[in-house]
Design a protein around this ligand. Structure first.
Ligand code: ADP
Ligand code: MG
Length: 628
């Protein structure tokens, strides 16, 4: 009941809450003495810092333990520039942000290639380095003692007093949250960050450059951490190496995870909670670390999504108007309303630079060899796919079909062989392969499950448009226009696919058939000229398989070449123009479906499997009847 009320009035409730909180924050200093004005100023700074950490951990999956260090970089940069070099505090402010972002860029450059665990450890090492550099550069930083009497910025002739600092900080809090919201909820950059966190291989398969986007995210996050540091240097007017230490870094970590990483409000809750606890146990400060450590462990066991994250998940589950049980789990048949011209314009296929004349090979692989240790999964496979066709790739389980796709798309390094796509050698990196127009869909579902259906679609548009990330962060009109245009196309695509009423639904709540369809749609947003599908019909009911078949035919007629790996023989035989058969890593047959069906080696290969319940001759007979 109450949840439904919240759902229907979500916008009003949100705006009212923001207004009330803003009002409280605005009038609070009238009632606060110096101690508490300072306290709440410092609290605001910690919120900005936690928000910056949230961008890295919660939205990009970069577990950083160097954020207290980056905070220190911001603080020391302004302190040195203002105190030693007499810069204006306002100009120094921007330098503090830039310096931290720069250090963040360097850290990410050296670390984003390593796995999650190592990323955390390497950032930990960087934090130690920052602390040491600050301690040792005594001439500039005052070493262990720190820097005193840092001048504050002035408005007119007046230097900002504590109360003015308080307002400056809370404006900063507002700006940080607003810009994070603009970035992660309403921009193609933020969606790419979240896609990388949610499912990195899937993001790469859509052409998202993991290195580039992680560097971007981490630099932005570092800049925001530096901003918090700058504000602290001005508020406290004294900084020392303690600021940068690991203890503070861990506390931030606890705050973000406890409150709920990957949500806007979570880290605020976490920071407020920890700050309250610290005030309460002021007299027992020696137990603080022990307590915070226990909170972290308890959080991980009891509420892995954090306080706000769990509340949100509960809310989504309860109010999701699409109860999985009463969704019609069939996909609609696109044959009725899709026409090639619409498809071409929606998918911007005419912008694709890799157009190959129909009938000419778009993909040519020669002598592809792939070994896993002693096992040779591919033993010199040749494959030629002609443009404008649906090309089937079949073979018993374990015959190397998926491995071949992995090699073709550079998801795996091959041992030998050449692969030419659209008259060029395929790029070495998988994301570049996707960008060049060869897009694959995985055998196992790879949706961005925690993102909405529409966001899944939108993610594929990361390469469209030309507005820079800073304009998105600032919410500038032309960034908003670009975003609105992408939303419009996504809506249209969802409508065409019959998924419009599920646009706002979390993708992993969709029934299986629609998840598969969504994955195919998402791949299409990259404007592929060659679409590779790895067993897309697995788990679909007959009607869905038929709808999928029609969709593939429509796509082919729109000019997209399709390489279809399938276990469902009937399906393959009915939709494919040509079929290649693999067995134990070798090509044993190739030709039209009819030729392949009557090939003795193929029949033998599949009959070998009849113990697993596949009767090939009967299946093929069924195929012919069903699709005749
Ligand atoms: P298919 O897709 O035709 O069912 P795969 O390409 O998945 O077959 O597998 C071909 C062979 O390679 C199988 O024997 C499989 O066990 C092996 N294989 C596939 N991927 C790996 C891997 N990452 N590591 C080791 N062996 C693998
Ligand atoms: Mg496979």
């Amino acid at each position: 009941m109450t949840l439904d009320f919240i759902k229907h009035n979500a916008r009003i409730i949100r705006l009212t809450s923001i207004f009330i909180v803003a009002l409280i924050v605005f009038i609070a200093p009238q009632f606060l003495d110096r101690y508490w004005t300072f306290f709440f100023g410092a609290l605001g700074i910690t919120i900005i810092l936690a928000t910056s950490l949230n961008l890295a951990i919660g939205y990009t999956g970069l577990v950083s333990i160097v954020h207290s260090g980056l905070y220190g970089v911001g603080a020391y940069t302004v302190a040195i520039l203002v105190k030693e070099f007499g810069w204006s505090p306002w100009i120094a402010l921007s330098m503090g942000v830039i310096a931290a972002a720069f250090v963040g860029a360097i850290i990410s450059l050296t670390t984003v290639r390593v796995s999650h665990l190592y990323f955390a450890i390497v950032t930990l090492a960087f934090n130690a380095i920052i602390v040491e550099v600050i301690r040792e550069s005594r001439d500039l930083t005052g070493g262990q003692i720190g820097i005193f009497s840092i001048p504050r910025p002035a408005l007119g002739a007046e230097k900002l007093d504590d109360r003015a600092m308080y307002y400056l900080i809370w404006l900063g809090v507002l700006f940080s949250l607003w810009s994070l919201h603009n970035l992660v909820d309403n921009s193609r950059y933020g969606r790419s960050f979240r896609a990388l966190k949610s499912n990195e291989p899937a993001a790469i398969a859509l052409g998202i450059n993991p290195l580039g986007y992680k560097m971007l995210s981490f630099s932005l996050s570092a800049g925001m951490a530096g901003f918090a540091g700058v504000l602290f240097a001005y508020l406290n007017q004294f900084i020392s190496p303690q600021l940068v230490g690991l203890e503070f870094g861990l506390e931030l970590f606890v705050a973000v995870l406890l409150g709920g990483s990957g949500t806007l409000l979570g880290p605020i809750l976490g920071v407020v909670f920890l700050a309250s606890v610290r005030e309460f146990i002021k007299d027992y400060a020696q137990y603080q670390q022990l307590l915070f450590g226990s909170v972290l462990i308890a959080t991980m066991f009891l509420i892995p999504k954090g306080i706000w994250g769990e509340l949100k998940a509960f809310y989504v589950k309860q109010t999701s108007k699409f109860n999985p049980d009463d969704i019609n789990p069939t996909i609609s048949d696109p044959a009725d309303y899709l026409d090639p011209a619409t498809i071409r314009s929606l998918l911007e296929l005419d912008n694709n630079q890799h157009q190959i004349e129909t009938g000419k090979p778009i993909l040519e692989a020669q002598g592809v060899v792939k070994s896993f240790g002693g096992l040779q999964a591919l033993r010199g496979v040749d494959l030629a796919v002609n443009a404008g066709t649906i090309h089937g790739l079949i073979g018993p389980n374990g015959s190397g079909k998926s491995t071949l796709i992995n090699c073709l798309t550079s998801s795996m390094e091959r041992n030998e062989g050449s692969i030419v796509y659209a008259n060029q050698n395929t790029p070495r990196y998988a994301y570049r392969v996707a960008k060049s127009g060869m897009v694959r869909v995985f055998q196992i579902p790879h949706l961005f499950g925690d993102m909405t259906v529409k966001e899944n679609i939108l993610t594929g548009f990361h390469g469209r448009g030309n507005v820079d990330p800073i304009s998105y962060i600032m919410g500038l009109p032309y960034a908003r226009r670009e975003e609105a245009e992408m939303q419009r196309i996504a809506d249209r695509l969802l409508e065409v696919a019959g998924l419009q009423d599920k646009a706002e639904m979390q993708a992993n709540l969709l029934p299986h058939g629609q998840q598969r369809l969504l994955e195919v749609l998402r791949a299409l947003t990259v404007s592929p000229s060659l679409l590779i599908l790895d067993e897309p019909a697995t788990g679909l009911v007959t009607r869905e398989v038929q709808a999928l078949g029609h969709l593939l035919e429509k796509l082919r007629d729109s000019g997209i070449t399709i390489l279809l790996i399938e276990h469902n023989m009937a399906f393959v035989m009915s939709v494919c123009d040509r079929v290649t058969v693999l067995e134990e890593g070798e090509k044993i047959a190739e030709g039209t479906p009819t030729e392949v069906q009557h090939n003795q080696r193929v029949i033998a290969a599949y009959l070998g499997e009849s113990v697993k319940g596949i009767d090939i001759e009967k299946t093929m007979q069924e195929a012919v009847e069903r699709y005749a």
